[in-house]
Design a protein around this ligand. Structure first.
Ligand SMILES: C[S@@+](CC[C@H](N)C(=O)[O-])C[C@H]1O[C@@H](n2cnc3c(N)ncnc32)[C@H](O)[C@@H]1O
Length: 349
């Protein structure tokens, strides 16, 4: 994700999408069988980025624990992300944002873990409540580059699609295995992630078309080499209902890694940028906001595939040029994005 707090500023699409899952988290906090006085309450936030979108769900979960346990019981909150995440922005957000859960509650102890969630990153049986929004769609790695797009959902190459599907299935099992170890018995994990809708669509077609078209334009102008664009890949996937359920359905008791599925729903997220465009008719703003979303969430990944890698001297120009090109194309033909999402509640038995 883009650093310098930029993800926090350009993630209102994600904020809108995750809001239905917040009530699942609150219900899980209500339903949890309280541990003995000696045990701390532990909330884990998997794939936190800079924390802005974690504030509301975690504050509401803490409020429930406070109602049930009083003000004195210590609550530890672990925000986890990859080592390169902008953890400084996260800690500034926790300290300064008026929505921060630190504002109204004593005895809350936030900490960060800079390790991939494809490993076990917290002690066995330690997590009371897990939360992960807009993160598990990121694969542990791109199994190969995509010859005809940056997003595999719109590739026509069957070998590439099969390689990504296999990676997605394996990563999902790995993610569940480690969360199953970390949750304490009776604990719950709430997941909000990108999905395939019931017609198999990944969505976001206009923004992905605009992005890939802008990359091809950069090759035409000579700014990018053909082999650079060929390498550029966003290693995210949408999973279908049956993809999510596959590990659980493979066992006779419906469990995987001691987890069972309490709730799974695929739904369509709200396109707040489109809704705003419906009110103000400002096509340039529509394009600019979807391009800012793309910049914050995907452009750093694409920029890393420039020939010079993360220190390529064209990085700044590449990112701003791609943002401008994407915005311009979207402004020419504003269209509502289909945003397929999945919300899940998993319980450790
Ligand atoms: C789109 S952001 C979501 C941020 C926030 N949770 C939200 O709902 O807006 C996805 C985050 O997942 C993180 N992420 C991706 N792969 C990860 C991994 N293997 N381990 C931990 N975090 C990962 C990214 O670094 C990024 O910060």
């Amino acid at each position: 994700m883009q650093g310098d707090g930029e993800y926090n500023r350009s993630s209102k699409v994600q904020a809108a999408g995750l809001s239905p899952a917040i009530s699942l988290l609150v219900n899980a906090a209500r339903a949890f069988e309280l541990p003995s006085d000696a045990e701390p309450i532990v909330i884990a936030d998997y794939g936190s980025s800079q924390g802005g979108n974690s504030l509301e769900p975690i504050a509401l979960a803490i409020q429930v624990f406070r109602q049930r346990l009083g003000q004195k019981r210590p609550v530890a909150v672990f925000h986890t992300d990859l080592p390169d995440n902008d953890f400084s922005a996260l800690f500034r957000t926790l300290a300064e944002d008026p929505r921060s859960y630190l504002q109204n509650h004593p005895n809350i102890f936030p900490a960060a873990v800079g390790r991939s969630f494809y490993e076990q990153i917290l002690p066995v049986n330690s997590v009371t409540l897990g939360w992960s929004s807009w993160a598990v769609q990121w694969l542990s790695q791109a199994p190969r580059s995509i010859p005809d797009q940056v997003q595999v959902a719109y590739s026509r190459d069957s070998a590439t699609k099969a390689a990504f599907a296999a990676q997605a299935a394996s990563d999902w099992r790995t993610f569940l295995t480690h969360r199953g170890a970390e949750l304490r018995p009776g604990g719950r994990l709430i997941i909000l992630t990108m999905a395939l809708d019931d017609s198999g669509s990944f969505g976001y077609a206009p923004v992905l078309d605009a992005m890939y078209g802008s990359l091809l334009n950069m090759v035409e102008t000579g700014f990018l080499a053909q082999d650079e664009v060929a390498r550029m890949t966003i290693p995210t996937v949408g999973r279908s209902r049956s993809d999510f359920l596959a590990p659980f359905q493979a066992s006779s008791d419906g469990r995987f890694a001691e987890l069972s599925v309490e709730h799974l729903e695929i739904f369509r997220g709200e396109d707040r940028i489109w809704n705003q465009y419906q009110k103000d008719g400002d096509a340039e703003k529509f394009g600019a906001q979807w391009a800012a979303f793309s910049r914050a969430s995907a452009f750093p990944t694409l920029a890393a595939d420039l020939r010079g890698g993360r220190t390529d001297p064209r990085t700044e120009e590449f990112v701003s040029g791609l943002e401008a090109g994407t915005a311009q194309k979207l402004a020419m033909a504003p269209a509502e994005m289909v945003i397929p999402l999945a919300e899940m509640v998993l319980r450790k038995e």
